[in-house]
Design a protein around this ligand. Sequence first.
Ligand SMILES: Cc1ncc(COP(=O)(O)O)c(C=O)c1O
Length: 347
Amino acid sequence: MGYFRETIEKMEGYTPGFQPKNPDAVKLNTNENPYPPSPKVLEAIRGIRDFQVRRYPDPMGGAFHQAASEVFDLPEDHVLCVNGGDELLNYAFRAFCDADRPAAWAEPTYSLYPVLARLQDCRAIQIDRNEDSLEELARINAPLTIVCNPNAPTCDFTPVDKIAELASRLEGVLLVDEAYVDFAQDNCLRLVRDFANVIVLRSMSKGYSLAGMRAGLGFAQPTLIEGLVKVKDSYNIDAVTITAAAEALRDQAYHKDCVAKIIAERSRMIGELRKMEIAVPDSTTNFVLAQSIQMPAEKLFKLLAERDIYVRYFKLPGLEDKLRITIGTPEQNDQLLRAIKEILSRE
Ligand SMILES: Cc1ncc(COP(=O)(O)O)c(C=O)c1O
């Protein structure tokens, strides 16, 4: 008998993006924010008192929980603080899925979903992403349906009224993964008030520069929040993250400024890449999905990595010919653009 459950023995784990040791590498591979967090975050972390480290933290996330409730204008019983959005996804599979209760979503999307389904021994109903996919998801009516909006890695945004219609037709839970919504024009938070089956996921990793802290949020009506609390780790948010995430949320002016800079750079990057005959659809996220006509994506990815410039390549159906590029600072983006130009001119 092996040590592991058969599922674990046989499955591939999730492959996280490469984390280069060199802090000066041009790191555009995991959709982090290129700007530092609000100065108030670092100041608050420096002010952490010994008892905050010695004692267990507030099980619901204390100051982080309160700040999220105020900033997003929903009562505290509608808010779940999580150790990164990934943790909420984990909890959703644990809470709603098993061998008899499948999860459904449209591909391509976030490559963690199938891994979590596998871990939970639940069937993953993966349909093709096209203009009919919401209709099909409604017909499938799975115990857990996930819609990533804006979708990663395709960068497009599904209008909120279409997602509302899907919510109204589903008997199971609809989880709207809004990890990138800070860079879009609209969001689904208002659906939480209208629908008992909707969970909205937010990440503090992208718009708030806290990827290293691991902070995220789930919003839903109290019945769903109470059920998710049953499956969560008792003290899932540590004291330092609670402090940092609360400050980051309260400094909305800083957050909005960073987001505006990234959105401006996104337009410039898309324009510049298109000039090099790289196909890039419009984006509502902090990254773009680029397809070079001239060079296979994997080759371009490797040649960039040789120059200490990291983007993301997925060897997955529908993505093998594309690179996902995070929007960095203007300087980082210029380095990337110069490198691509140079590589392609040598072809
Ligand atoms: C689509 C999507 N959802 C959720 C997450 C989770 O983000 P985090 O756990 O950093 O909050 C990510 C992270 O890359 C993502 O791409």
